[in-house]
Design a protein around this ligand. Sequence first.
Ligand SMILES: [Zn+2]
Length: 409
Amino acid sequence: MKKAIYTLALVGALYSCKTTQTQKEEQPVIASIDLVNVEEDKVSVSIDPDRFTTENTTFYIPKTVPGTYSTDNYGKFIENFKAIDYDGNELEFEKIDDNSWSIPNAKNLDKVSYQVNDTYDIEGEEGVFSPSGTNIEAGENFMLNLHGFVGYFENEKEEAYRLLVKRPHSLIPGTALSKTVAASTSMEFKEDIYSLDRYFEVIDNPIMYAKPDTTSFMVEGMEVLINVYSPNEKYTSESIKPGIEEMISAQKRFLGEVDNTGKYAILLYLSDSETQDARGFGALEHHTSTVVVLPEAMQPEQLQKTMTDVVSHEFFHILTPLNVHSKEVHYFDYNDPKMSQHLWMYEGVTEYFANLFQINQGLIEKQDFYDRISGKIKSAQQFDDTMPFTEMSKNILEEPYKESYYNVY
Ligand SMILES: [Zn+2]
């Protein structure tokens, strides 16, 4: 993760993280998302698992996701939850907390359904960092950070998922995922189908639905996709492509054989400063993509510089924590997360490389590099220097440790 501190005069910058594994032959969990029939700014979702053999089950929406290092309670944005049996009748359930619903009669449970509210149009976004947040704007834009839309059942995180997204013809998906379009496609809508090996892959693959504005290029065997949503059409994917291409090419040269990513998607959401919109600027990392949120009001040079700092940081996260990480990250518990002792490595080392490669590859001048490093030394002095980084990392979700989060950058 990296956050970008932005004012009209000055642009600093910031970022975030995530993991992978096995698959099974059984009936996948079918997650259906309806982007056509949006009611009161809410999206209807249903999650249909295989038949339960247990007496009861619990359905979860994540409390936190990898890379954000914060407790966000995505279940708070869920309404009108229903558990439905095989005859279409509603079953009893008990809401345990913001993010969990206990269903006693699991053997009769066919599916659950609910409606999702988005975070971008809420003042303060309930503390959710925009690159991990959600947007619902019918016919215009949907930011599907899927942890906000799709949940999982107890002990079923390793089950395969099939994601069905019903969408208007005018909006196309930006994502690193491959899809097929269902045969049931009609005049009113299309249905995209995505297959995912486990729940982790669901949340590792954000999808941004928007009017077509997409471009791509190849760098040493890697396909880079750029998708841009610019509400007032100030920027296009073509307009930001040259800067991104220069930066990613330099990163690939710097990394050499260390990186073998085949496809990488950059999903850029530019927020409107005139309306209630996303205000948490920066980006969150995934294995094959990143969601970047920045102000549309940025000037082109500022935007390019910030994109370079932010996207290169996210891309370097492929090294750590995405591939080198502790067991707490690998077996991430979305509703009872155990933090590892290595936040300082995941974010600090990543941020160091994101600056080092720029001087190494000639993207910035020597003086600029020295200024950046001395800026970091200066900002480090605002934090408690006696707090061990390992201890802070382990307890980053709690006070007083969470106050020191930015020290790792
Ligand atoms: Zn980061």
